[in-house]
Write a protein that binds this ligand. Structure first.
Ligand code: GLC
Length: 678
């Protein structure tokens, strides 16, 4: 059951699509204080209660003990105490003495204190009391998630090719760079379905342009790559370069489609192109207009996009630069001798550093306005919707133009509701071991909020990756719907063929293709049924105290459990099995090592070039033969694995990978595996 409580006059966020009447009276769980000073929700937790959800937020799967903020930011460093990342995912489930879900449908800054200040209390506060609170009850966390997901509508389903492996790097510039990546992958026998085009394909970082000097025949180039089963996926940034004669800028100005300053004039921000304007994507007309620009690229053969810098990232504004300049001038006018004598905490130099940091910080969000229902609204109040509405603009345009064909679309910034239009990647992580674990821990929370097509930059975005880090990360990535190796400019080259023994990479990525029919089928069915693809073990084994605390393994789909190796210099790891399972190891020679294991704690050895997966008893894992790309997959001849003592079945969803007729019965096959009575 889902109950809705309305406070004040909320903004439209588009998160909930189900028609739910408003309740009167106090919420069934918790207490609310709402007045002109703001909104506060509180509830006391039981000693053993766990708290799940909050989408891509930092820290573990159980969010208890932490404080989190929904206020989307472009991050330099993804560290444990970062309060908010790129997405605002205001849904959580409390599981324990009382089990219920909460969704705060609010587009401004929201703070979740989950037993941080008061170990037994959840406090959720917002600076204004204009929001809808949804309280969801159900028997289990999974039921609660399903009820919530029904309310927010069906998750985005990508085209099948977008579940193949992809290579990306900030720094590929010209066709030769892309050809070389494709050549090297093919020559080394490593599967590949897509190469991402970061900002350097554009003409002076102008959205929807392709640098004509670098790509004299872009449609021809797109076609050439597609003939090799490689899709090119360009990045689109939120901000529009200010330049006379650039049609997106000219048209936006002419129609009054950009966010404005206090004076009502288009407000100048800055991003990669230098000075920019922000399309006011909160307005439906602006969305239609901005979305239609994507079609200028699909007309050239492009069939996927990644939306970036859409928190929106603001490098500086005139005002923030001015503030910094005066701070700096004051500092430079000082005698450096004095500076040395000051105590560290009071140092003006640190103040300058802080001022520099603030130039691109959240203060910028209180300087410009959207137009909502004809009235100016300060960006800060609706901040978390920006990236979601940019992506919605693209998703709606693509669906209008290609009603029968799915396109790839995902975004860095997001809000619940955007999950209907595209997926997410988790932004700028680093080439460090803890970020494999973070990647794993973000998945169930994202799924709870509707984001099924999700993944992290495999190998790590910032910093230099190492061969072992990349291989271990890929062994998690083989299970994540978005499987993309991406790295920042000026880092070590990170393509799989850059490392010794590329055949190990070919093998690990090959496992992805063997699993693909299963993963695709489970993803589509999770989307259609409003279910989770990745679950905490606690969801499947609620009465098992060890399972409840296991935070480095996940349940995947109908019958799998994953437990990747997460640390360096480890030849294996400890794994907890809540029930007997079949361990399948994909060995580098292509063979499968299958071991029946009892419930309990085990050490399993896993070499760098092996991929382990666990199959629950009485469940089936179908496997395809390895393939070099999704179109080359043989989905007809599947090998069935399992430890079954009686007949087990699995409903496999299979389609052409593009169309949207999910209810077609011909797409469903029931796979059966007989018992061996052991
Ligand atoms: C942002 C994105 C990153 C991209 C870079 C350059 O940092 O998160 O993925 O490579 O911008 O476009």
């Amino acid at each position: 059951m889902i109950q809705k409580y309305r406070f004040g006059t909320p903004f439209y966020t588009g998160a909930v699509v189900q028609d739910i009447p408003c309740e009167t009276g106090a919420p069934v769980f918790g207490t609310v204080e709402a007045d002109e000073n703001g909104f506060q929700y509180s509830i006391t937790m039981g000693d053993k209660d766990a708290v799940y959800g909050l989408g891509e937020a930092m820290r573990g799967i159980n969010k208890r003990g932490g404080v989190y903020e929904s206020y989307n930011l472009d991050h330099r460093f993804t560290v444990e105490d970062v309060l908010s990342l790129y997405g605002a995912h205001n849904f959580l489930v409390v599981d324990g003495e009382q089990t219920f879900g909460l969704f705060f449908d609010f587009p401004g800054k929201l703070r979740f204190d989950v037993g941080f200040t008061n170990p037994d209390e959840i406090l959720v506060s917002a600076p204004e009391a204009n929001l809808d609170l949804y309280v969801i009850s159900g028997d289990t966390p999974r039921d609660i998630v399903r009820t919530f997901r029904k309310a927010i509508g069906q998750s985005y389903i990508p085209p099948k090719w977008a579940m193949g492996f992809a290579q990306s790097r900030w720094g590929y510039e010209v066709p030769e760079d892309f050809r070389q990546v494709a050549d090297q992958y093919r020559e080394n026998g490593i599967p590949l379905d897509a190469i991402y085009m970061d900002i350097d394909y554009m003409d002076a970082y102008k959205d929807f342009t392709v640098d004509p000097a670098k790509f004299p025949d872009f449609p021809g180039f797109v076609q050439e790559m597609q003939a090799r089963n490689v899709h090119l996926v360009p990045i689109i940034d939120a901000a529009v370069k200010i330049e006379d004669g650039y049609p997106v800028c000219d048209e936006g100005l002419e129609k009054g489609y950009f966010c404005t300053g206090k004076d009502g004039e288009p407000f100048q921000t800055a991003a990669w192109p230098g000075p920019t304007y922000l399309p006011d994507v909160l307005q439906p007309d602006v969305r239609t207009w901005f979305g239609n620009w994507y079609l200028s690229l699909t007309e050239q053969g492009i069939d996927g996009f990644w939306n970036d810098m859409n928190e929106p990232a603001v490098f500086y504004t005139k005002e923030s630069m001015e503030r910094f300049r005066s701070e700096m001038q004051e500092f430079l006018a000082k005698d450096f001798q004095d500076e040395g004598e000051q105590s560290r905490g009071d140092s003006q130099w640190f103040r300058v550093q802080w001022a520099a940091h603030k130039v691109s910080g959240p203060d910028n969000y209180t300087q410009f306005y959207h137009k909502i229902d004809g009235k100016p609204v300060l960006h800060d109040r609706v901040h978390n919707l920006y990236g979601a509405f940019m992506t919605r603009a693209a998703g709606e345009a693509l669906e209008r133009r290609y009603p029968d064909t799915r396109k790839l679309l995902f975004s860095r910034s997001s809000f619940i509701g955007m999950h209907r239009y595209g997926g997410v990647w988790t932004g700028d992580n680093s080439s460090i071991w803890p970020h494999i674990l973070l990647n794993l821990q973000q998945l169930p929370g994202l799924n709870m909020c509707g984001f099924l097509y999700a993944g992290a930059d495999l190998g790590g975005f910032g910093g230099d990756t190492s061969r072992d880090l990349l291989l271990r990360w890929l062994a998690l990535g083989v299970f994540t719907p978005l499987m993309r190796n991406h790295a920042a400019k000026n880092t070590r080259m990170q393509e799989c063929y850059q490392f010794d023994h590329p055949e190990d990479f070919a093998h690990v990525i090959g496992v992805r293709y063997r699993l693909l029919p299963y993963l695709y089928s489970e993803l589509v069915q999770a989307a259609l049924n409003g279910d989770l693809l990745f679950r905490p073990l606690a969801f499947d084994y609620p009465d098992d105290p060890i399972a409840r605390e296991t935070a480095d393994q996940l349940m995947l789909g109908d019958g799998l459990m994953i437990a990747p190796v997460l640390t360096q210099n480890a030849s294996g790891r400890m794994v907890y099995l809540p029930e007997p399972m079949l361990l399948v190891k994909f060995m580098p020679d292509g063979s499968l090592e299958q071991t029946r294991m009892d419930a309990g704690i085990h050490y399993i050895s896993v070499a760098l070039n092996e991929v382990p997966v666990f199959i629950r008893r009485e469940h089936i894992l179908p496997l395809a033969k390895p393939a070099m790309s999704v179109p080359e997959l043989d989905e007809e001849h599947l090998e069935l694995l399992g430890w079954v003592t009686r007949e087990a079945t699995l409903t496999l969803y299979r389609d052409d990978g593009y169309s949207r007729d999910y209810s077609n019965p011909a797409h469903y096959t029931v796979l059966r595996m007989g018992g061996d009575l052991s």
